[in-house]
Design a protein around this ligand. Structure first.
Ligand SMILES: *[C@@H]1O[C@H](CO)[C@@H](O)[C@H](O)[C@H]1NC(C)=O
Ligand SMILES: *[C@@H]1O[C@H](CO)[C@@H](O)[C@H](O)[C@H]1NC(C)=O
Ligand SMILES: *[C@@H]1O[C@H](CO)[C@@H](O)[C@H](O)[C@H]1NC(C)=O
Length: 450
């Protein structure tokens, strides 16, 4: 075995010790009501207790603000403290409410102090704001976005808010569709962040061959392109998933069987190796089921998922792992592949839903008629206004503009094994690399024995 291979192996093993795993959590329920602390807690505990899976103990949130308030901190925070769930915080950056988001962040820091700080693994300033600011987002009626310079200003404001506080070590990033990260007009944002949050949905890449069998390669290709725009910074998988039900997008068919295939082929190689917040635990409840719907547990919150979450035995190459895992260095990346079909337009985003993300997904292309705002909507908005939010995916609630605030966050539960444990904090990334180094050493030792 060549040393370089050994190194890659050691790195991948090492990173796996520390990677964060969780789901996305909006701030609202299916009926638009705000999630309470106990509701967040139930979600987090459910994630921790999922049958067939472990380590889902991190929650990505979209807003700092509790629904129905001006700028009270979101109740996902005390729920995370109570359930030992790490938090990828989010500030909703579109729609002109950033001052309230910042106020809620400050209040959370002073109100919850160290108990809170030790759970925070990162802060995302915004979610898909650049996508919504693009022609595709506008066509999809995804709601207000922001210009890159504005976002950079907000990022700088967050840096000053956390300076000298318990959160001062939290790495600051931004979450957007991968198509936004590779748009060079947004490069000021790439430069301003500590890490890049990747949202990508092959299901919505409806201008390309996007059957479930194309899912892994479309995903890997999008990650490779994002990495090459990242200038060596870490790429975290902040949203991906395949719908369990809903309308078809070109060759993309929403079904439980396909959601499982995507989990196995895309999710499993990531889990434990690359920071990943899956989309999603639950996006539907008895009050509403979005179309498409991505929730792996269906409409009744339960630790019994709709499909077997047990990961297949690791076949050495499972394509994904190496190349897909963003955090890994990169080189390998399948390069820019083309995949192409891009330019075309076409798309028919038909369903409402999808559209939002579509874009994200769709590679460079644009097109997709995102038809209704729907999509986006679902994703996020519930509470708020409408659409916007998470790129498209559903419900969960993220909010849109104003809503933004609404949106909630998610949380992941902790407990399970492996992961860095709730105590992790801002330094998860650092630790990860530390342990990677340890594994390299171990790998070398093994090689010498051999
Ligand atoms: C690229 O980014 C700029 C700045 O955000 C935006 O105005 C433009 O519409 C984007 N282009 C595409 C094709 O999305
Ligand atoms: C591009 O689109 C055409 C027409 O849709 C399709 O036949 C072809 O397979 C696509 N190419 C790729 C790389 O997806
Ligand atoms: C996109 O949507 C618009 C409005 O829905 C429709 O008129 C147009 O034909 C669509 N374009 C494509 C390519 O489907």
């Amino acid at each position: 075995m060549h040393f370089t291979n050994l190194l890659a192996l050691a790195l991948s093993l090492g990173t796996s010790q520390a990677a964060l795993q969780g789901f996305n959590y909006g701030s609202t329920n299916g009926d638009g009501s705000s999630r309470s602390q106990s509701q967040f807690q139930e979600l987090f505990k459910t994630a921790q207790g999922l049958v067939g899976a472990s380590g889902f103990n991190s929650a990505r949130l979209y807003t700092m603000i509790q629904g129905g308030t001006t700028n009270d901190p979101i109740s996902a925070i005390p729920a995370a403290i109570a359930s030992e769930t790490t938090l990828l915080l989010g500030l909703w950056a579109s729609g002109g409410n950033i001052d309230n988001e910042l106020a809620a962040l400050k209040s959370a820091i002073s109100q919850y102090d160290d108990q809170f700080a030790k759970l925070v693994v990162g802060i995302s300033v915004g979610s898909e704001d650049l996508y919504r600011n693009s022609p595709t987002g506008e066509k999809s009626d995804a709601g207000p976005g922001v210009q890159p310079e504005e976002l950079v200003d907000y990022i700088n404001q967050v840096r000053s808010v956390i300076k000298g506080t318990g959160l001062s070590g939290a790495p600051i990033g931004h979450v957007d569709t991968w198509t936004s990260w590779v748009n060079s007009s947004n490069s000021a944002v790439n430069d301003a962040v500590d890490w890049l949050g990747f949202d990508g949905y092959p299901f919505f890449q409806n201008t390309m061959a996007n059957s479930i069998d194309d899912g892994l390669s479309l995903f890997n290709d999008a990650v490779a392109k994002t990495k090459s725009a990242a200038g060596g910074k870490e790429v975290w998988i902040t949203e991906t998933g395949w719908p369990v039900s809903g309308s078809t997008e070109n060759q993309g068919v929403a079904s439980i069987a396909n959601a499982k295939q995507y989990w196995d082929q895309v999710g499993c190689p990531l889990f434990g190796k690359t920071n990943t917040w899956w989309y999603t635990l639950q996006d539907a409840d008895s009050s509403a089921t979005p179309n498409p719907s991505f929730g792996i547990v269906g409409t009744t919150l339960s630790t019994k998922p709709l499909f077997d979450l047990t990961c297949p035995k690791q076949s050495s190459s499972s394509a994904g792992s190496s190349s897909s895992s963003p955090s890994t260095s990169s080189s390998s990346g399948s390069g820019s592949s083309s995949s192409g079909n891009g330019s075309s337009s076409s798309g028919n985003g038909s369903t409402s839903s999808g559209s939002g993300s579509t874009s994200s997904g769709s590679g460079s292309t644009s097109s997709s008629n995102g038809s209704t705002s729907g999509s986006a909507t679902s994703t996020g908005s519930s509470s708020g206004s409408s659409s916007s939010a998470n790129g498209g995916k559903s419900s969960t609630g993220k909010g849109s503009s104003s809503a933004g605030a609404t949106s909630t966050k998610a949380s992941g539960s902790a407990k399970a094994s492996g992961s860095p444990s709730p105590t992790v904090n801002a330094n998860a990334a650092t630790r990860a690399s530390g342990s990677a180094f340890g594994m390299i050493v171990a790998g070398i030792a093994l090689a010498m024995l051999a």
